[in-house]
Write a protein of this length. Structure first.
Length: 467
């Protein structure tokens, strides 16, 4: 087995190394300056939905600590910062009028990044749909895709001269299957047919938004979408079914202009796909400059014969329905460790395998790792120089996954960068503040930031690349 820690990390100078966050997870200021509720405000304030009743009302208070956090990124030498924009902050009430205070926050963020030599990578949607649009039907409703395109156009109209990369969606798998299938994520619905309708309308939203972004942007940015890819292992036939529902449900229409036959066959008992209209697939298929790749772990699967208790340990917090509509005959098995604090297996070889697979499927498509990182229970050590976090497990995790990425590049993968998740400890969705992914620790009582050893490792990797 490859020891990825021994791979020389000799990345080219143009290879971007940075970090990432998401609006609801870090910003706070949930009720300030005109922002209106998103589905995650509603969900987190619903008893029993989030661990310990945690909410994103304050989160990391990034909204009020913007300059401090920008200076922190500069001290680490980050070359790129991926953030998401709160739809409800920019267009309160899911209306059409841009909120001056909301767009000003993101304008100051972008200007602050550029002033510090950090490339802004903006994600338009990271799961925080305005509550008004959920009340009108949410992502299973076709109109939401058109409203998203309008939101994209208005946002890029104001920021489209300074953002280097625009990503339309983050992990639509989670939005559709966890939000509308299992109920583990906002809005907490548990209906397989709704989940599949949401898949299509998220794809359509991407296809409608890309031309709007190109039309409004004036600095010729890169266009992107960010997908969380599943790397199935175990039985080949079961793995192919997982691949169809998890991966090809998005790459098929976005990159090839089609839904594969096996996807429609798998889900025939759940939906008839009548929500796909003439012209949709042509609209969804848009040229993008870079495909965002989020990777954390693998899944191990086998066919289930319907007897005995079905194993469903797919690594996600599934609380009501199934996040896998149509996969009633597939089991998700316990995987070999070691594990992160999320219970996810640590498998850097899965990242190498994924990148090589994407190269084979889409040989002309540049890639970027837009999320990779690990949650561990950190310990703060008081020293003469101040508090320190010696997060050896996270540092090792990053070293091994960076090694896997470099091995893939050495085999011809066109990989443009690597963004570590996450810059800050933050609100980890249904897990509240119980899981820490940050390379910078946040004391949630005081807001104090403490640079962890993993952040120093990232800073050293950047310095060595450019040295």
């Amino acid at each position: 087995m490859t020891d990825y820690r021994n791979v020389p990390l000799t990345f080219p100078r143009e290879f971007l190394i940075g970090s990432a966050t998401a609006s609801y997870q870090v910003e706070g200021a949930a009720h300030e300056d005109g922002r209106t509720p998103s589905i995650w405000d509603t969900f987190s304030h619903t008893p029993g939905r989030v661990w310990n009743g945690d909410t994103g009302d304050v989160a990391c208070d990034h909204y009020h600590r913007l300059e401090e956090d920008l200076d922190l990124m500069a001290r680490l030498g980050l070359e790129a910062y991926r953030f998401s924009i709160s739809w409800s902050r920019v267009l309160p009430g899911a209306g059409s009028a841009v909120n001056p205070a909301g767009i000003d926050f993101y304008s100051r963020l972008v200007d602050g990044l550029r002033a510090r030599g950090i490339r802004p990578i903006a994600t338009l949607y990271h799961w925080d749909l305005p509550q008004e649009l959920e009340d009108a039907g949410g992502w299973p409703h076709r109109d939401t895709a058109y409203r998203f395109a309008e939101y994209a156009a208005r946002t890029v109209e104001h920021l489209g001269d300074r953002v280097d990369t625009w990503s339309t969606l983050n992990e639509p798998w989670c939005t559709a299957y966890l939000g509308y299938g299992s109920g583990a994520h906002a809005p907490g619905r548990t209906n397989g047919a709704d989940a599949l309708a949401a898949v299509h309308h998220l794809n359509l939203a991407h296809g409608l938004a890309v031309p709007e972004i190109r039309r409004e942007a004036t600095n010729d940015p890169d266009l992107s979408v960010t997908l969380n890819f599943h790397v199935p292992r175990g039985e080949e036939e079961a793995g192919s079914r997982v691949d169809a529902l998890a991966n090809r449900a998005f790459t098929g229409p976005m990159l090839r202009g089609r839904y594969d036959d096996d996807l429609q066959e798998i889900t025939r008992g759940v939906t008839d796909w009548s929500f796909v209209r003439d012209g949709d697939l042509e609209q969804i298929r848009q040229d993008i400059d870079v495909l965002g790749v989020n990777y954390y772990s693998t899944v191990t699967v086998r066919s289930w014969d319907g007897t005995g208790e079905k194993v469903t340990n797919d690594g996600h917090k599934n609380v009501g329905g199934s996040p896998w509509p149509g996969l009633d005959d597939v089991e998700f098995l316990e995987q070999e460790g070691p594990y992160t604090d999320m219970g996810w297996n640590i498998a850097p070889d899965g990242l190498e395998e994924l990148l090589l697979s994407l190269k084979e499927q889409f040989p002309e498509q540049p890639l970027m790792i837009t999320e990779n990182g690990a949650a561990f229970a950190d310990t703060v050590t008081e020293t003469e120089e101040g508090p320190r976090v010696h997060d050896a497990e996270r540092t090792d995790y990053l070293a091994r996954h960076f090694g896997a990425a470099k091995r893939a590049m050495d085999q011809g993968v066109d990989l443009r960068g690597y963004l570590v998740w996450s810059l800050l400890d933050n609100f980890e969705w249904g897990y509240g503040y119980s899981k820490r992914f940050g390379i910078v620790r946040v004391d949630y009582a005081t807001g104090e930031r403490t640079v962890k050893d993993s952040a120093r490792w990232v800073a050293d990797a950047i310095a060595a690349k450019n040295g």
